[in-house]
Design a protein around this ligand. Structure first.
Ligand code: NAP
Length: 462
């Protein structure tokens, strides 16, 4: 039997609700904080106070790695979700419930049962600050969220038992009936795949769906990669294609199927923004595009991981003189990453006005593609689609590539483009679009599940 795991901030009821669920399910109840105290012979406040948080996390990691692999109800410490190693262990073959409550409720509960402070802030401010800091991690950790603000532990436990019995995908969707969907809008082959997944596990209401939203997106490598990762990490999820010309329709279906998350691709990265509740202030807002959406705890939140896929392979080239070819959707993430690396950046584009508009947003220079020769950059990033189709011309002439340049082509089909071939022939350092794909997918998986997959593992699975 799969484990039932409770995560959430202190004072949300993990121990009380977990104890009742364990009784109802006839399973042993394990509280990891109590195990840590038993194992070390010290109280958690003492470990924090005397040895610091990192030492506590070490002990916590050991305890979590040693938990039974099945047949238990487990309650965890509030900060466990911030550690990717712990998330890997806790999520394996488990259903994870994140309990949450409003700040006043948590403050009242903590006033009755005081715990050592985590910051120097007054209680309510501390709760707000810590919950905000950990929000992304709770969203990643959760399979199901339960609000315990205005409920008793018995009622919350009943909600948990109900979710375990029925899941959240409505029965009319599970039944092999297509009338739920506007047929003809979701292509039949994608619909068939979805229904097949649901029909394959009629007795397991807990399999959740996720997918790539785009049009077209049937070529996406996402399903193959994510499904392989779900298997490797013991996650009861299936990733599929949500392909439709109307984003409204994709969102309607995604919400009805209670998907945990979506990867968003062409042409919806901007269109999705008004359809979700919040977007990440750091990157997604500045880039103006979202490629990752997580639905959790009553909210839909958008992120951008494309820029991380560009930044990582260029990280050792901070401050270089660089040219970005193209000023479309992928270019925005690339420009954000390159400016973040303090590069002396010029954006060159077929339509110079678009390069100008983007350069003004990111505070860099701009020009036409023909200006390349004058710049003599150290780093060249191609974000035009040139190279995808046989017979495409090169985005820059091969004779302008010099051996001390680093050439990064974001195009990943084919894996080795004519630009990469020409750059290799000229003796340049080259980076293929696959590196960007790996970097953005790795970050996306981390946002979805809190697990940090090694880049090599993703490369192998691709
Ligand atoms: P996009 O928004 O349509 O932008 C395309 C850009 O390329 C525009 O600036 C456009 O110039 C320029 N362009 C198009 N055709 C051109 C041509 N024939 N000659 C010169 N310039 C041309 O596309 P995107 O979403 O940015 O995607 C661009 C490429 O990045 C695609 O190949 C995509 O597969 C790749 N990509 C890769 C990854 C990855 O993980 N490796 C992720 C995202 C995207 P105008 O402004 O003049 O139209």
């Amino acid at each position: 039997m799969k484990r039932i795991v409770f995560c959430g901030y202190r004072g949300t009821g993990k121990t009380d609700v977990g104890t009742i669920v364990a009784q109802k399910a006839g399973l042993p109840f394990i509280d990891t904080d109590i195990l840590i105290e038993q194992k070390t012979g010290r109280s958690i406040p003492d470990i924090f106070h005397e040895d610091g948080e990192e030492r506590f996390r070490e002990e916590e990691r050991k305890v979590i790695a040693g938990l039974p692999a099945s047949g238990a109800v487990i309650s965890t410490g509030g900060g466990v979700v911030t550690d990717p190693v712990n998330m890997e262990h806790l999520r394996k073959d488990s259903t994870v419930f994140v309990l949450y409550a409003d700040i006043d409720t948590i403050a009242d509960r903590l006033a009755k049962k005081p715990r050592p402070p985590l910051t120097g802030l007054p209680l309510r401010e501390e709760i707000a600050e810590m919950m905000d800091r950990r929000r992304q991690h709770y969203m990643a950790a959760t399979d199901y969220c339960v609000d315990t603000s205005e409920t008793t532990p018995d009622a919350a436990a009943a909600t948990v038992m109900d979710l375990l019995a029925k899941g959240t995908i409505p029965q009319q969707v599970r039944a092999p009936c297509t009338s739920f969907f506007k047929t003809g809008r979701i292509p039949q082959k994608c619909l068939d795949r979805l229904l097949k997944v649901l029909a394959e596990k009629p007795d397991d209401p807990l399999t959740r769906l996720m997918g790539v939203a785009g049009y077209p997106c049937a070529h996406s490598r996402g399903p193959r990669l994510f499904n392989a990762l779900f298997e490797r990490y013991g996650l009861d999820y299936h990733y599929t294609w949500f392909e439709d010309p109307e984003l409204d329709e994709i969102m309607r279906v995604a919400r009805a199927l209670d998907v945990k998350g979506l990867s968003v691709t062409i042409p919806f990265k901007q269109d999705i923004i008004p359809m979700i509740d919040e977007i990440d202030e750091h990157a997604a807002q500045q880039i103006g595009a979202v490629n990752t959406v997580i639905f959790a705890c009553g909210t839909a939140m958008g992120w951008n991981t494309d820029w991380i896929g560009v930044r990582k392979p260029l990280v050792d080239l901070k401050g270089s003189k660089a040219v970005l070819l193209g000023a479309g959707g992928a270019a925005a993430g690339a420009a954000f990453a390159m400016v973040d690396l303090d590069m002396d950046l010029t954006i060159l584009n077929r339509t110079p006005e678009k390069a100008k508009a983007m350069a003004e947003r990111f505070g860099c220079r701009w020009g036409e593609l023909s200006d390349f020769e004058k710049i003599r950059p150290d780093v060249v990033v191609n974000s035009t689609p040139l190279g995808m189709n046989p017979g495409d011309r090169m985005p820059v002439s091969a004779d302008l590539l010099k051996k001390d340049m680093t050439v990064f082509d974001l195009v990943y089909t084919p894996p080795v483009t004519p630009l990469i071939e020409a750059a290799r022939a000229a003796g340049c350092t080259t980076i293929t679009g696959t590196e960007m794909f790996i970097g953005q997918a790795r970050e996306q998986f981390y946002l979805f599940f809190g697990i940090d997959v090694p880049a090599e593992k993703i490369r192998e699975l691709l």
